[in-house]
Design a binder for this molecule. Structure first.
Ligand code: GLU
Length: 446
């Protein structure tokens, strides 16, 4: 396999799909060496088959807004790879959603899910529907219209959607309500991230952020460092950022910055219970701005137009969107003494940022390892649904701990270099790839 040949072919077939091509390139570069040691992979054309989704559903979603106006959005579900289990992955509602974005996410999801130790294939879905400023009734009507099209292509043993950017517990509730009406199926395992009274798993809302911090703890321990007393900058104020801020605070770190599309909040005294609860209020307000945080808490200062990465910190945790931390941001962080960066968002750093961190020899880990606790706990939710039981928070949390420890160990196994540096990007990509490739090989040419 030659990465340049495969990439040239993909660029020709999918011109302009920049996020998708970026995600594929990163994985192929990581696995090239190992892949070429396995002629059986080459013979079965594993890479050529793995980089294309199994299938893509594209559909029109028409709904009526509060003014009685008819609105039309595009909806998608990308079933990427089912080698190790039913399709699994979130749904993203964001105005910039397009096939490239969802293909990158579905591709990443395939490897991430493989890392979780659980039997889940990779998928992603979403819509260019923009939830910002929408009323609750509009969100409900949109979710219902979206599910009207999607319901026939999903199921507890075929494809299990969940939340992502713009889709949380409320949206999952509205989608499930419509699903059961249309499908006449009452198995709640068809979606994860559900409410606690109807099949949701304890710890699922916290899982992405908590899992990320468990991973960071392992990464730091391996490097002989501790998070206690560290200053942590976090982008975003959604569910994932909230989970990360909560656990970082619990572990003795100071969350010195949170940010939104409008700017950054400098928060020198760190978080407390009231501030953490307010992060969720901000998210639920649907306004997508972080400035009100500094109005409510006078010890914090809002700096308009700036990113979280402009604040001096030890650990940087992008928790918002892909490519939110670029090469210049990475250079600024390094100049300010940052010694660890971990992507909690999917592909949160640009390739230039990753190269900057790795060349400087600081700790860096990619989203598909760091944020896998979210989908892993979705997997645990599916298990509980299938068994018709629910586990205690402590039970789910201990399983999440174990999974994040296993993911960290897999990254070290495949990413440790001779000079002692651990290339977590390479480690995560190879570990995920080997599992999916082996399964594809054993299942023949399909
Ligand atoms: N959207 C999350 C992710 O990127 C969670 C997916 C899920 O729980 O299925 O992994």
């Amino acid at each position: 396999m030659k990465v340049s040949t495969i990439m040239a072919d993909l660029e020709r077939k999918h011109p302009g799909e920049s996020e998708y091509l970026q995600a594929v390139q990163e994985v192929l570069e990581s696995i090239e060496e190992v892949y070429n040691l396995h002629p059986e992979f080459e013979k079965a054309k594993i890479v050529e088959r793995m980089v294309e989704p199994d299938r893509i559903f594209t559909f029109r979603v028409t709904w009526v807004d509060d003014n009685g106006e008819i609105q039309t959005n595009l909806g998608y579900r990308i079933q990427f790879n089912s080698a190790i289990g039913p399709y699994k992955g979130g749904i993203r509602f964001h105005k910039a959603v397009n096939p490239s974005m969802l293909k990158f996410l579905g591709f990443e999801q395939t490897f991430k899910n493989a890392l979780t130790t659980l039997p889940m294939g990779g998928a992603k879905g979403g819509s260019d529907f923009d939830p910002v400023g929408k009323s609750d009734a509009e969100i409900m009507r949109f979710c219902q219209a979206f599910m009207w099209e999607l319901w026939n292509n999903i199921g507890p043993d075929t494809d299990v959607p969940a939340g992502d950017v713009g889709v949380g517990g409320r949206e999952i509730g509205y989608m499930y309500g419509m699903y059961k009406k249309l499908a006449r199926q009452y198995n709640t395992g068809v979606l994860t991230g559900k409410g606690m009274t109807w099949g949701g798993s304890l710890i699922r809302p916290e899982a992405t952020g908590f899992g990320a911090l468990y991973f960071v703890e392992h990464m730091l321990a391996k490097a002989g460092k501790s998070i206690k007393g560290a200053k942590v900058a976090i982008s975003g104020f959604g569910n994932v950022a909230w989970g990360a801020a909560t656990k970082a605070t619990e572990l003795g770190a100071t969350v010195i910055a949170i940010s939104g599309p409008d700017g950054v909040v400098y928060n020198p005294e760190g978080m407390n219970a009231e501030k953490l609860a307010y992060m969720l209020e901000l998210r639920a307000s649907n306004r997508n701005i972080v400035a009100p945080f500094a109005e409510k808490f006078p010890d914090a200062t809002f700096i308009p137009g700036k990113k979280a990465w402009s604040i001096k910190c030890d650990i940087a945790l992008p928790c918002a969107f892909q490519n939110e931390l670029n090469g210049d941001d990475a250079a600024e962080l390094l100049a300010n003494g940052t010694w660890c960066a971990a992507e909690v968002s999917n592909m949160g750093c640009t390739p230039e940022a990753i190269a900057t961190f790795q060349n400087a020899g600081i700790l860096f880990a990619p989203g598909k390892a760091v944020n896998a606790g979210g989908v892993a706990t979705s997997g645990l939710e599916m298990t509980q649904n299938a068994m018709h039981i629910s586990w205690s928070a402590a039970e789910v949390d201990s399983k999440l701990h174990y999974i994040m420890e296993s993911i960290h160990a897999a990254c070290v196994k495949y990413g440790a270099q001779e000079d002692g540096y651990i290339n977590y990007v390479k480690g995560a990509n190879i570990a995920g790839f080997m599992k999916v490739a082996q399964a594809m090989l054993e299942q023949g040419i399909v």
